[in-house]
Ligand binder design. Structure first.
Ligand code: AMP
Ligand code: ZN
Length: 302
């Protein structure tokens, strides 16, 4: 059996995750949620001194904002849109007939004004823009959200719905680059404390199609994305557990965000894949949290 499916089965068998019959869509146990909460608190312990403004959005966002963000240009294959039945009584009867006959019943579903959040920071940029020009010190936010990506997989670390904790910085290029450098260092320290093997490497996002190939190369050549990788499913293809993204002026331009001196703002974000870190911990320290290394237990539970 492949290591990926055996790890997923181990997580099911030990009651840490629950199957729903859909790859990448799982129920979480109390133990799993406790590990997530403890790790989330550890991130806060590392980032708390920066006094980021806490903002929490539901796991869905304004479709108009999503359209403007450019997500569909880069990642149409991952997007999740929310559709609803918008017909009348006649349409309802048709829907029920199709359902009973086992036929496609979705023909009358229409796109609503809501889409699923693809990354925790996407709903934030319009909020920043709405507040007007940035202060001279720029802005810093603390986010956490369930995110959706249509990438069904039996690798337990590749989910369709998962949580991302993020810090997002907006400001001058210098401010933003310094933020990312800080977190590259902190991220390594944090994962070291959890006694997980890791390395940091330059990376790219899964830009779609032929045009996407150029975007991937460009992102790598400019060192715009780094990932902290932990071997989880396999050692040949380690799993990105933390990401450090420098968007340059992409979101600043898209949303008209300005620095105090009137330039287009730059942004960066650091993202923590909460489920990925939790699964990495179960994979390396075992499915029984009581028998995790005492130093790791102390870091998480005090
Ligand atoms: P990204 O925006 O792709 O850099 O994602 C930010 C972080 O979210 C990554 O570093 C991962 O830890 C996590 N992540 C991304 N995709 C998934 C997924 N399909 N399942 C679970 N976690 C994910
Ligand atoms: Zn982000």
């Amino acid at each position: 059996m492949k290591e990926t499916t055996s790890l997923l089965n181990r997580l099911f068998d030990s009651g840490i995750l629950f199957s729903t019959g859909i790859d990448g869509l799982y129920g979480r146990s109390g133990v799993f949620e406790d590990v997530i909460a403890r790790f989330d608190a550890l991130v806060t312990a590392f980032g708390g001194e920066d006094k980021a403004e806490v903002v929490r959005f539901p796991p869905a966002m304004n479709r108009a904002h999503f359209e403007r963000s450019g997500y569909l240009k880069s990642f149409p294959q991952l997007a999740g849109t929310v559709h609803s039945f918008c017909g009348d009584d006649h349409g309802h009867a048709q829907l029920m007939e199709c359902l009973a006959a086992g036929e496609d019943w979705t023909g009358q579903q229409k796109a609503t004004d809501v889409v699923l959040t693809p990354a925790a920071c996407y709903p934030l940029y319009p909020l920043i823009a709405n507040r007007g020009v940035l202060k001279p010190e720029g802005a810093l936010f603390d986010l956490q959200s369930y995110c959706f990506r249509h990438e069904p997989s039996v690798e337990p670390t590749r989910m369709q719905l998962f949580r991302m904790r993020e810090y997002v910085r907006a400001g001058t290029p210098d401010q933003v680059v310094a933020f990312r450098a800080d977190w590259l260092e902190r991220g390594g320290k944090l994962i070291e404390m959890l006694e997980l093997p890791f390395h940091v490497d330059v990376a790219n996002d899964p830009f779609f199609g032929r045009a996407g190939r150029m975007m991937k190369n460009n992102q790598r050549d400019q060192g715009l994305k780094f990932e902290l990788l932990v071997p989880v499913n396999s050692t040949e293809a380690p799993t990105a557990c933390l990401s450090f993204n420098y968007h340059q002026d992409h979101f600043g331009r898209t949303w008209g965000i300005e620095t105090a001196d009137g330039a287009v703002a730059h942004t960066a974000c650091v993202g923590f894949g909460l489920e990925r870190v939790a699964i990495a911990l179960f994979r390396h320290h075992g499915t029984d949290v009581q028998s995790w290394p005492s130093a790791v237990r102390k870091v998480l539970w005090g």
